[in-house]
Design a protein around this ligand. Structure first.
Ligand SMILES: Cc1cc2nc3c(=O)[nH]c(=O)nc-3n(C[C@H](O)[C@H](O)[C@H](O)COP(=O)(O)O)c2cc1C
Length: 300
């Protein structure tokens, strides 16, 4: 009843671990899968190890958190070793980044045989110059980067987009026309900031960071809704999902499944099973037989 499919990957329920939250090691990815996630996405990684920004890298705000981790990761070689240890009982998606189309394609091809799909992080709002949202804010760059990866790999390529643009549809269509097999909407919102009252300094070492959690859900939903009307490829929704009601809203707006990040930090990995159980109850009450029939209902 809860099964869904994205890019021919079968998911037992429409929830997935979002990139960046607990996804740096095989142990944590396997744990998420064992806890009920329908799929898992790794932390974004690039060619070389990257220390990211010094602490503090996260700060709480009303309705969520702001983070500026700076894409810290151990680099593709270490990640390869972790990916080999994945249990493989749910679809495994590797999130990759790079500063040129060639770098992106090279990282992608180095893990192609170890995962079921790739998610291209062209949307990090606090990445080093050239690696993040600057790609996903420009339709031509988005097209170039997606195309380069598509040319190099045979597994499905999912483009993860930033909401920090004037027109998300334009970017989504650029990714689709470059051959993206699916879209993930959205990466964190912003950038935003908080200032310490005692020191009068910005709290995050990078000063600015991307916002996530319940407060960004309305924007994520709108991005999914608008994009659904204008592309043919499937959409994965992400942003503020905390309970099954949030998931249902994303399905209605046009997403085939959701990813969950901040809620895992607040509520633990149990959140996947809780949401799946809640969804099943909701579907029984409303007489839905499949997740599929709920997708896009808000467009009637
Ligand atoms: C601590 C933290 C680290 C993140 N790291 C990544 C990352 O490495 N790559 C990426 O594409 N998104 C990253 N994200 C963004 C999430 O995958 C997700 O798009 C965003 O947080 C919105 O979902 P949420 O409200 O469920 O957290 C990160 C988010 C958080 C909170």
């Amino acid at each position: 009843m809860l099964e869904t499919e994205i890019c021919q990957m079968k998911m037992r329920n429409p929830t997935a671990l979002a990139a960046g939250v607990l996804g740096s090691t095989a142990a944590s990815l396997n744990w998420a899968a064992r806890s009920g996630a329908g799929a898992v996405v790794t932390k974004s990684f690039g060619t070389e190890p990257n220390k990211g920004y010094p602490n503090p890298t996260t700060v709480e705000v009303e309705g969520g958190i702001i983070n500026a981790i700076g894409l810290s990761n151990p680099g593709v070689e270490s990640i390869q070793a972790e990916l080999k240890k994945l249990e493989g009982n749910v679809p495994q998606i590797a999130s990759v980044y790079g500063s040129t189309p060639e770098e992106f394609a090279s990282v992608a091809s180095q893990v192609e045989n170890l995962v079921d799909a790739l998610e291209l992080n062209v949307s990090c709002p606090h990445a080093m110059e050239g690696c993040g949202a600057s790609i996903g804010q420009d339709p031509e760059l988005t097209h170039q980067f997606v195309k380069a990866v598509k040319k190099k790999v045979d597994i499905p390529v999912i483009a993860k987009l930033t909401p920090n643009v004037t027109d998300i549809v334009e970017i989504a269509q650029a990714a689709e026309s470059a051959g993206a097999d699916a879209l993930t909407l959205i990466n964190s919102l912003g950038p935003g900031m908080r200032i310490d009252l005692e020191t009068a300094h910005p709290i995050l070492s990078n000063r600015f960071g991307g916002m996530s959690g319940p407060a960004i859900k309305p924007i994520a939903l709108r991005c999914v809704y608008q994009t659904y009307q204008n592309v043919k490829i499937p959409i994965i929704g992400v942003g503020g999902v905390t309970n099954h009601q949030d998931l249902v809203e994303f399905l209605y707006s046009g997403a085939r499944c959701v990813q969950i990040g901040t809620a895992v930090m607040y509520h633990g990995l149990e959140v996947f099973q809780e949401i799946a159980t809640g969804l099943e109850k909701f579907m029984n009450e409303k007489n839905y037989q499949t997740v599929e029939e709920m997708v896009g209902l808000a467009h009637q």
